[in-house]
Design a protein around this ligand. Sequence first.
Ligand SMILES: [Zn+2]
Length: 455
Amino acid sequence: MSASEHSLSATGRRTKPQVPPMRTHRRHTSAPGLVLALSLLTAMVPAGMPRAVAQDVTAIRTKAVVDVETSSLIEDAVVLIRGNRIESVGSRVQIPRDATVIDLSDYYLMPGMIDAHTHVTIQPGYAQYNPILYKSIPYRAIEAVAAARETLDAGFTTIRDVDSEGADWADVALRDAIEDGLVPGPRMQVATLAISITGGYMNNDGFAPHIDVPHFGALADSPAAIVETLRLQIRNGADWIKLYATGTTRHIDLDNMEPLPQFNDEDIRLVVDEAARFGTPVAAHAYGGHAAHAAVEAGVRSIEHGMLLDDTTLDLMVEKGTFWVPTLTVYFPDDPDATLSPRQAAITGSHRRVFGRAVEKGVKIAYGTDAGALPHGQNAIDFARMVSYGMTPAAAVRSATVVAADLMGLLDEIGTVEAGKLADLVAVSSNPLADVATLSSVAFVMKDGIVYKQP
Ligand SMILES: [Zn+2]
């Protein structure tokens, strides 16, 4: 087991700050701490979004509840919710007299979905220009508020946002504003600014050397600089450390399909070990090759993209329990009818083969899209491709529920429709275990016991 692996296991959740003006980063806390914090919630909620009232009972009638763990349906089930938690689920659940009844008897009810690779502070147009030069951080934060709403409406009630790409701390602010009930959005874990190197990812745009272009992310070229910037990210609210272990797709040598490594192996280990001292897991942007192997070896919790992963690294991931977040669609052109360039064809072809191998080998594949590079609110876009690349629809649904919840250390709280868990629920019109296309048109969204979307 890696150093980072136990870091989120029992506790991955934050508490409310007890003294609002002195807001510090919410540390992960133990369950009794959470219970205490929740009991203080009502008194501290600022004006804005509604909150689930602790004793309010809601009953949802369904055509069926989707049990994602066993890939089965509980037909004609009722889900009873007290406050923000599920109290009971089943076909023989009695509806109390005082319950508010929501009739979804034409719908399949499933856990709220999770996108484990988003960038709410990025918009698809940013591929054409450097947003740092043209947009203020406050404007990008407002864009992120809109993105969060679109994500929630799409049925994604939890996201892991992995790098604000120059919108410094807007991800932290949005996470906290959602948690405080100021604006609607998914529950978030955030990675703040990703750690990269001079001349590497996001710092290699071909400007003349005398032009001092402001850079994305946190550049660090020495062990001391790595430690310093990593601690800064954690101080300022990072739930995750994101590490650029390889360069961009432009940096892939098509002859041997080897991506450009960024950090040396010792520096990758330093990132993982230093983050682990704070109980913070690491997500590594790594396409494959030596850098991806070194990142897995060092104990990162997840590999992002990974379209060039070889069998040796996939085997090591199985052995160490490393998650893979594949982001399958983002490497295709926006126009589905466009012909792929040789580079795109090589990358997407490899992605397909590696995905098939990873499914065969039993790598833990957590659903993640790279929304932001793709339009927000289209977070269900990867399901069809996962299925066409060899995953069963049921496994694709698990990937976006239980597996992603496990990645985020939140499996005790979300990921299944089960008594005791938070009431994060979405409804779709056909059975997602047979037809993942239905996940693109979610009819009902409840997060934390509050309804955000109704048929
Ligand atoms: Zn990304």
